[in-house]
Design a protein. Structure first.
Length: 349
């Protein structure tokens, strides 16, 4: 099947069909619909090499994400980001290639195979850290670039993130309203903006509420595994914590496992809120109150910005924050009560 044959099928000119397929000029909605219908009926696939020669574009974008530990819930988050990006890009005729690098390893990030090729049109990047110097080598490649999930201070690139700091503070306020006073924090080391923002949100709320930030109740773990959450909870129980904000859902699950093993009632004895909301959070004992990020919208919005850059549009390089929701279930409290039932509601912040 060729462009000429599609033109004959639709009654359109070859020029119009070519513009509709390649996105090189705006065509009418009717013409676009006719071409799309013909493509679906015939399973037409354009010749990539020919397209590149004509348009100097491959219609291919890469998203580069960090590798995480097996069974880490962050994998689910990135899967949702990918789905959002894919739905946007495929709708515009672009292919999405996924590439990974070892978390925190900037050197290996630059050696990612896809960056060694010049045939991609743009890059969606989850940065290795919050340092500007770690992004500069990738920007120096000269391709359109949008940062996703993690922001970089002082960077003049478009950046799409969640409102991690604000929603984390709201989670801590809810723990306080539910009776928590010795509120603990379990998170990861501060290598990137998401980890830093969630901790800063915890600190903001503690200061606002007039609560002492007890360093013995603050755990910055070297990873996001169940074991690290389990380990942190063991120590927190010995130090009198009555509430926990876990800045990662896998850490949260590990902490809940330890609390249940020690027959600590949630939220009667210790209340807990996690970050990131997945199917399993509804079936924990008790159902987990958790921050819900709109990862799909994050991927979609970042892709929209990238396509505009690829098209040559000048963008104001602002940071876009996708609102998160606090999904209210039962694990947060009120303290002193044993939960019953399984209801949930979501609150926007």
């Amino acid at each position: 099947m060729s462009i000429k044959q599609i033109a004959e099928m639709t009654g359109l000119s070859m020029t119009t069909v070519s513009h509709a397929i390649n996105g090189t000029r705006t065509v009418s909605r009717r013409s676009l619909a006719l071409v799309q219908e013909a493509i679906e009926k015939t399973n037409y696939r354009p010749n990539l090499a020919a397209q590149m020669m004509k348009t100097h574009r491959s219609k291919t974008v890469t998203i580069i994400i960090p590798e995480t530990e097996p069974n880490n819930s962050t994998n689910c988050f990135y899967f949702d980001v990918l789905n959002g990006a894919k739905s946007c890009l495929e709708g515009k005729g672009y292919e999405l290639i996924v590439s990974t690098y070892p978390e925190y390893d900037v050197g290996k990030l630059m050696k990612t195979s896809v960056l060694q090729h010049k045939w991609i049109d743009g890059i969606l990047l989850v940065p290795a850290s919050d340092r500007l110097e770690d992004v500069e080598p990738i920007r120096a490649i000269g391709l359109p670039l949008v940062l996703v999930d993690r922001w970089v201070q002082g960077c003049d690139l478009p950046q799409v993130t969640s409102n991690n700091r604000e929603v984390s503070a709201e989670a801590v306020r809810l723990l306080y309203q539910s009776g928590g006073r010795r509120i603990a924090f379990i998170g990861s080391q501060m290598h990137n903006s998401t980890a830093l923002d969630r901790f800063q949100g915890y600190c903001d709320a503690m200061d606002e509420l007039g609560l002492k930030k007890d360093e013995s109740l603050i755990f910055r773990m070297p990873g996001h595994s169940l074991d690290y959450g389990y380990e942190a909870a063991s120590s927190l129980l010995e130090r009198g914590a009555d509430a926990i904000f876990a800045a990662n859902s896998t850490l949260c699950l590990g902490a809940m496992k330890r609390l249940n093993e020690k027959r600590v009632s949630i939220p009667k004895d210790v209340s807990i809120i996690g970050f990131d909301d997945y199917a399993w959070t509804e079936v924990t004992n008790p159902p987990l109150t958790a921050v819900t990020q709109d990862a799909n919208s994050m991927g979609r919005r970042a892709s929209e910005l990238l396509l505009r850059l690829i098209a040559g549009e000048a963008l104001d390089n602002s940071r876009i924050s996708i609102p998160a929701k606090l999904t209210i279930r039962q694990s947060h409290g009120p303290r002193g009560e044993t939960p019953s039932g399984n209801t949930a509601k979501a609150t926007d912040f």
